[in-house]
Design a protein around this ligand. Structure first.
Ligand SMILES: [Zn+2]
Ligand SMILES: [Zn+2]
Length: 299
């Protein structure tokens, strides 16, 4: 939750009138810095839960941020557990407690690293071990077919480029048609592969409920029809990579291990136009928020 102007006013309400008069007028940049740091303190994972008709939230804390910064330092050390690609990487920590009150910190990276979905000591993919794409035989078979088609597609594209000026329009049209069919086939295979991974993304929450991530996403992204009727509803397509972010991986892992999450922090390693080195980020709006309402339910 980010700080809003309303929250700043609330903070001011706690001050005595004398306090309110005492401080000298602050330049605007000081106010902006305060708003920014205050917003960071509130960064968290959250999502609307239709069952409870409320937004469930998991806060961030100074300790969670400290643990995330330590993780960031490890990944920037001389011997990091994995190398960070040019695109950077989100990593996150989840501070938890077991049934006997002992504290445990889970850590996760978004997506895969260096072609690996699992690394010892890190939370696995959202569906647990054995459900990563490269562990699913059907997915691997599709991937192999796609790789073969890619080679054939490259050859066809090369043939098209090498066509002599004397080549007939009919010959060129035929190669183009073959190329198009191949691209369509690869696209269809990519969709089948994605569907295969989604069949294994079972997630549980802290009420003991288990559901497929795609069902949770579909339920939580139903939009009421503009005319107010209940019959017509629009659905938002689940984006590729849903469930691969740190927050769902960490929460799924905590639920599997019967741990109670206390706080979360996600930090970026890398420097891109979208995200900055060492900055903290909330769980994302597009892929995470639609499933976090379910995943945080029962906390
Ligand atoms: Zn996300
Ligand atoms: Zn709920």
């Amino acid at each position: 939750m980010r700080a809003t102007a309303g929250q700043v006013v609330q903070l001011c309400k706690g001050h005595t009138q004398e306090d309110m008069i005492k401080p000298p007028p602050q330049p605007l940049h000081v106010l902006f810095r305060f708003l920014r740091s205050n917003a960071r303190r509130h960064m968290s994972a959250s999502g609307y839960c239709p069952k409870c008709n409320t937004t469930h939230r998991l806060p961030t804390t100074m300790e969670a941020r400290h643990q995330a910064q330590l993780l960031h330092q490890t990944l920037r050390s001389k011997n990091p557990p994995f190398t960070i690609s040019r695109r950077g990487k989100m990593v996150g920590v989840l501070l938890c407690q077991d049934s006997e009150g002992r504290h445990k910190t889970l850590k996760a990276f978004a997506g895969s690293v260096n072609g690996k979905w699992h690394l010892n000591g890190w939370s696995p993919v959202v569906g647990g071990k054995g459900t990563a794409p490269n562990e699913l035989p059907t997915y691997v078979n599709i991937q192999n077919t796609q790789n073969k088609l890619q080679v054939e597609q490259n050859d066809l594209a090369q043939r098209l480029r090498d066509c002599p000026p004397s080549a007939s329009d009919a010959d060129i049209a035929l190669i183009r048609l073959e190329l198009k069919e191949m691209i369509d086939k690869r696209r269809q295979l990519a969709w089948t592969a994605l569907k295969e991974t989604r069949k294994h993304q079972h997630v549980s929450n802290f009420c003991g409920e288990v559901d497929l991530l795609q069902h949770v996403f579909a339920r939580n992204t139903r939009q009421p029809a503009t005319d107010g009727s209940k019959a017509e509803r629009q659905r938002i397509k689940m984006p590729a990579g849903a469930g691969d972010c740190c927050a769902p991986k960490l929460l799924a892992d905590a639920a599997r291990q019967d741990l109670t999450p206390l706080a979360i922090a996600e930090i970026f390693v890398g420097d891109t136009t979208m995200k900055k080195e060492g900055e903290f980020y909330d769980a994302c709006k597009e892929r995470c928020q639609p499933v976090l309402g379910f995943m945080l339910c029962g906390l």
